[in-house]
Write a protein that binds this ligand. Sequence first.
Ligand code: ZN
Length: 381
Amino acid sequence: MEGARFYKMINPIMHYHWGTKGRNAYIPKLIGIVPDPETPWAEMWMSTHPKAFSEIITPQERIKLDSPSIRESLLGNKFKDGFPFILKVISVGETLSIQMHPDKIKAKELHEKDPLNYPDSNHKPEIAIAIDEAKVFVGFKKEEELEDLIGVLQDLKPFAEISSPGKLRKKLFENLIKLALESPKEVESFIEKVKEAILKHPFKEKTLFISLGEQYKGDVGLLIALLLKLHTLRKGEGVFIPPGIPHAYIRGNLVEVMANSDNVVRIGLTPKFKDLESALEVVNYEKEPLIFSPLGKEYFEYDVSLDEFQVIRWYIARKSFSIEKELDKNFAVGILLEGVLKTPDGDIFRKGDALLIAQGATKIFLEPLEIPLEFFLVTVP
Ligand SMILES: [Zn+2]
């Protein structure tokens, strides 16, 4: 058996405005940096995407994963174009835009039509896993829940009655998006009406909608958010988001893995480019997100059945349990969120360390030195 080659990675950070700041900033805590109070820390990418290349550290130098020959030596010939996925740690301080991702066919179409707003031609299925408790909007509410919603917010009723075939999900989504496309000015006054109704009635998501309303005045995303299901993910729980499912991350720190793409159709809750026409074409009313719960398990595979990636989580609370995984000579990328790990060669990895395991090893073995230990590994199936 050839010994595995482990490399520590240095990873690009995205300081998007919605990231956490100062004392609440998770990423600086994870990687051991003292942040200044004003800079938002939104995402850390373990990636070979052209927007953000990771680097590895060797005893001699730092090497950027930006050339095919370097990638071939570390990842193998099959992956000389790069990882087929992006692994991210994201830290949400302010709600992100409501968005969907196109499937492979639609992604290609959008990229050809509008390469500026759709810089990738690849699809972007993604899984988001809570590091601590996280709140997310993912997928539509059930038909009965939408009926209840109309019962409370009577102003929505006409949108459910306009003659268009299909279920409530489709009617409400389509007709609200059409309102925003055809008479954007009416959206603002309509939101005001809905807001009054929300204030008058007992409404589970009241505080959230009122605060979003202050931030995104007149944004149709507020109305679309009413149609979406609010999930609270506990530590380790994950949600897989297939193409065409509307979603928005609200709060929390998450590990996110997606196909290597930055292809996003934005609907609302954002000052960025929105594409409501494409939203109508991309949306999928039938598919449901998949929720995974590894509660109490030391080893857990999030079974997303994709060609691009597989995600495994270890949560180890006793030292007798170690990390063992067959790799069949393939490369893998890992991130250690808690604890300390030791390789058979005596290399030590600590909290916040991301590691690239180069191709060639049939199996990895890592021993926990400090527990509790939380480790995520992404492999290509
Ligand atoms: Zn997304």
